[in-house]
Design a protein around this ligand. Structure first.
Ligand SMILES: [Zn+2]
Length: 572
């Protein structure tokens, strides 16, 4: 038994995510976690909400709520939706947790002691009316490029020009609207990534088995232009982890917080402590996953993320861990994804274009989405969601192939024999050929799942379903029954056992359908079909079953057209 630590990139607290976000990290991470558990491994699967930073503060202000209340509510919304998609996190934590506050301050203290933090003086806008320094996004004014009068201090939304707050004409505070602003000197902390460039480069070079998408992005950031740069890790915000050196004050940094990108990945670790703390477990419980001096040396740590998150996970977070000089677990494998596009364009959170996670669950159960998204995961290139493709995939793979197999086998047996596994007959050449084919395909499926090749795994699983259907079609027990009922019984006995095997193999992709198939077969036996011949005898002669409800319904053309229309424009 292996021990596998799995983290999914943590979604930002501000708003509900779309299907492109889901398939870029949480969903494939869940697929892998479920598979690893099904194979008998010990798994710790962690995710959380990323709660700090300016967008959360601004969204809370817009919602007229204290930011703590806003984040608590949005965390609950995201946790409920995650459950709706059957994401099997062992803990869905919060980057605003006390555990993450302490750990973030601890890492900053360690990095400072190692000489890896620089204190840099900068000139920044101060608002006398608000009594605070203003981050770039908190300053609005007229764009010097296009004249748009609500340009932000970091960028003009209208013409997309990157701006400096001092470029703005008639700058004002986005909080109070005050124009009584002045430039003052202030101090910020920088993580000296440049000083760690060689260490990071050597570490990435040692990862010869990583996907090219992952290493090419990391190397670009390490080497392009002037190479890896130091990064500011503090901000003048209210909402965040107060700047401290461990548990000690940091002179000159009063009233400042760590920048969200510094504390967010540390939440991967803090989340494990949240998981242990909520059960009243000792620190040893979570440290055996994260500290190589306390049991984590045999843990395999796998991260899942979209490609935009790769720089943080290959450079910044490892710089924090390595720079601390403490034996924290570093990632062993990073699975990164390209983008999922939506119906001829892009998903857009700001424009509400595409299907969002809550809407998806309001029109169809999670398995329909899980199957399409995973079987079309944007691995080697971007992929595209279209309603036509979604309808075709659901109707064919799930309804016509898998659903139909389960329905035909159970209904035929119930009508011609009883609702018990029938006795009689023996396997012939057709059955032997099926066993040979399925054995080969199951091994290929296992290999793809081990390698986290998501689409390939889906292709093998579909082929496993198809093989059963084709066998049933060719063996034609409904015809054989007329002349040789015993032989028809042998065919159906095999097919009923195949339903249990399909349930076990399919569970990582479509957990609800898997549960329904097992319930129909009246068994809790989830033994993996390592030996297919033995697996085909798990449900013995006389074992009772029920005819399950329809596993998957078809999507009609009318529904497809309706949904296509409904999700084309502005999210409401
Ligand atoms: Zn502009």
């Amino acid at each position: 038994m292996a021990r596998v630590l799995i983290t999914s990139a943590i979604p930002y607290i501000n708003g509900i995510k779309h299907l492109g976000n889901l398939v870029g990290s949480q969903l494939p991470a869940d697929l892998y976690a479920r598979y690893m558990r099904a194979r008998g491994n010990e798994v710790l699967f962690l995710c959380a909400t990323d709660e700090h930073g300016t967008p959360a503060e601004l969204a809370a202000a817009k919602a007229n709520q204290p930011v703590e209340v806003f984040c608590a509510e949005m965390h609950k919304v995201q946790a409920d939706i995650a459950r709706g998609f059957r994401l099997s996190f062992d803990k869905f934590g919060r980057s605003s947790s006390p555990q993450n506050h302490r750990l973030t301050q601890h890492f900053a203290g360690r990095l400072d002691a190692a000489g890896l933090i620089a204190e840099v003086s900068e000139k920044q806008m101060y608002s006398k009316a608000d009594g605070r320094f203003l981050p770039d996004r908190y300053i609005e004014g007229t764009c010097p490029n296009c004249g748009y009068d609500r340009a932000r201090g970091d960028q003009c939304e209208n013409c997309t020009k990157q701006l400096d707050p001092t470029d703005l004409i008639n700058p004002r505070s986005a909080i109070s609207g005050s124009t009584d602003l002045e430039v003052r000197e202030t101090k910020h902390l920088y993580l000296r990534q440049k000083a760690m460039r060689q260490q990071l480069s050597d570490w990435i070079d040692s990862k010869t088995d990583w996907p090219i998408l992952t290493t090419s992005i990391a190397k670009k950031w390490l080497n392009d232009g002037e190479g890896l740069q130091d990064r500011g890790i503090t901000r003048d915000l209210y909402w965040g982890v107060p700047v401290k050196k461990g548990d000690q004050p940091w002179p000159g940094m009063e009233g400042k917080v760590f920048y969200v990108w510094f504390d967010a990945p540390i939440e991967y670790i803090a989340c494990a402590k949240e998981w242990a703390d909520e059960r009243g477990a000792l620190d040893a419980e979570w440290e055996r996953w994260w500290r190589t001096d306390k049991g984590a040396e045999d843990v395999r740590y796998v991260q899942f993320m979209g490609k935009d998150n790769v720089p943080f996970h290959t450079l910044s977070f490892p710089a924090t861990i390595i720079g601390s000089g403490e034996p924290w677990k570093l990632v062993d494998y990073i699975k990164s994804f390209n983008y999922l596009n939506y119906d001829g364009g892009q998903f857009s959170t700001s424009q509400g274009r595409g299907v969002f996670m809550d809407h998806a669950l309001s029109i169809l159960p999670p398995d329909y989405w899980r199957w399409w998204l995973l079987s079309h995961a944007p691995e080697s290139a971007d992929s595209e969601f279209t309603w036509e493709n979604f309808q075709a995939s659901v109707n064919k793979d799930l309804a016509d192939v898998l659903g139909n197999f389960v329905s035909r086998v159970t209904k035929f047996c119930a009508s011609k024999f009883t609702t018990e596994v029938p006795d009689g007959g023996t396997y012939g050449p057709a059955e032997e050929a099926l066993i040979t084919e399925l054995t080969t395909r199951i091994r290929a499926y296992e290999e793809a799942m081990e390698a986290i090749e998501v689409r390939k795994a889906a292709t093998e699983l579909r082929a496993i379903w198809v093989a059963g259907n084709e066998y049933l079609q060719a063996a034609a027990p409904w015809t054989v029954f007329k002349t040789d009922p015993a032989q028809a019984a042998a065919i159906i006995r095999l097919a009923l056992n195949l339903i249990r095997i399909y349930a076990v193999l399919s569970e990582p992709f479509i957990p609800d359908a898997s549960d329904n198939m097992l319930a129909g077969m009246q068994t809790n036996n989830k033994t993996w079909p390592t030996d297919l011949r033995a697996a085909l005898a798990v449900l013995p002669v006389g074992h009772a079953f029920t005819v399950p409800e329809v596993l998957f319904r078809k999507i009609s053309d009318e529904e497809r057209a309706d949904w296509q229309q409904r999700f084309s424009g502005i999210r409401t």
